[in-house]
Design a protein around this ligand. Structure first.
Ligand SMILES: [Mg+2]
Length: 373
């Protein structure tokens, strides 16, 4: 089997305005401009992929993602056997220095083809299930306290028992928001916080964390900006809560540097940030080898991207969702779903589709409805 072409489709699906994420990274995530990818083969199998194009996060948008696929990745891949994913990676990854989210979209389509060709779900190609389902948590937007409390109550109604609250916006409102959420959800719900690097230095981070801890939080995600590994290590040394690195860990080398600096206990891994399922799994395997944990984070992926995350999470022992639940909740944020059949995702739990490949198909009418022209 050989790759004969790659088609790209820019889409934009609205997010429910009530739950749209406002975070320490600035701005509000209310529309998701994504790029769908179809990798075509000479024997008719089509692999599906999805690139998260959130410039504030990834430095990529729909125009750049399409450009790099058309001009660099497709020419490097045409003629290759798509089921040889390692060889394909060697052919197309080095053609561009960065752009992991776009690389991940193409790579997940290769896994989809390999699974469809073998008649097996992707998790089987990754070594098989280590768990039947993946525990997930809700993400409470960094809104005013009353609004955050209302979102948290709705999350419980959806079935979530764990959640994280966005902080890192400003210290005073961060504490007020977490206090309001704690009062709204009671003592039995576990709450973590995600600062998205929004606390500007170590002193601020440690101070705010100590105040937040009065409201019984159980982890802190990305307390300081992404490049500040030394700062994260100082925070890690001064607070007793587990520290999750998210924006600071894209590559295996990032994970090695964080582990060496003793800067984090947990890595938040995305298929997109890592540049694909293969690289994401390598980071998880490394973390496990040095006694650290992983969870799966999110850019509010839609159906295809979320499916890739679930296959990774059910097949990777270095991911520990029971302790640090994953953020595989993207599809719950959207006003519509582009999949022909929705993923088996509900409040607090995600399951892998059981059909071959990623196990998802697009609803073509919906794709046309949300296509960006
Ligand atoms: Mg995060």
């Amino acid at each position: 089997m050989k790759i004969v072409g790659i088609e790209t489709i820019p889409v934009r699906v609205p997010i429910h305005p009530n739950i749209a994420i406002k975070s320490g990274r600035g701005g509000q995530h209310s529309l998701s401009p994504f790029l769908l990818v179809k990798v075509r083969t000479d024997d008719g199998i089509v692999g599906l992929g999805e690139a998260s194009c959130t410039p504030r996060w990834s430095g990529e948008d729909q125009v750049t993602a399409k450009h790099f696929i058309d001009q660099y990745f497709a020419p490097a891949l045409i003629g290759h056997d798509p089921t040889n994913i390692d060889e394909c990676g060697k052919a197309f990854h080095p053609t561009i220095a960065g752009n992991p989210f776009t690389k991940a979209a193409v790579e997940m389509a290769l896994w989809d083809i390999a699974g469809k060709a073998a008649g097996k779900p992707v998790y089987e190609l990754l070594g098989g299930k280590v768990r039947d389902s993946v525990a997930t948590k809700w993400s409470v937007s960094g809104r005013e306290p009353d609004k955050a409390a209302e979102i948290a109550r709705e999350a419980i109604a959806k079935g979530f028992k764990k959640m994280k609250v966005k902080v890192g916006i400003d210290p005073e409102s961060d504490v007020a928001r977490v206090k309001a959420v704690r009062e709204a959800v009671g003592r039995d719900i576990r709450i973590g916080v995600d600062a998205n690097g929004g606390w500007r230095n170590v002193e601020t981070a440690v101070n705010v964390i100590n105040h937040l801890d009065e409201h019984d939080i159980y982890f802190v995600e990305q307390p300081v900006p992404q490049g500040d590994i030394a700062g994260m290590a100082l925070v890690h040394g001064r607070v007793h809560l587990p520290i999750i690195a998210d924006e600071s860990v894209y590559t295996l080398q990032d994970a090695r540097n964080l582990a060496h600096a003793k800067a984090a206990d947990v890595f938040s891994i995305y298929v997109g940030k890592a540049g694909g399922i293969r690289c994401a799994k390598r980071i998880c395997d490394f973390a496990e080898s040095v006694g650290l944990s992983c969870t799966v984070g999110s850019n509010l992926e839609m159906g295809i991207g979320s499916a890739a995350m679930i296959h990774l999470a059910v097949a990777t022992s270095g991911i520990h969702p029971d302790v640090f639940p994953c953020d595989i909740i993207g599809p719950m944020f959207y006003e519509d779903d582009l999949l022909a059949e929705p993923l088996p995702i509900k409040g607090g739990e995600a399951r892998a589709p059981e059909k071959p490949g990623l196990g998802v198909e697009l609803d073509d009418a919906k794709v046309e409805k949300y296509r960006v022209r």
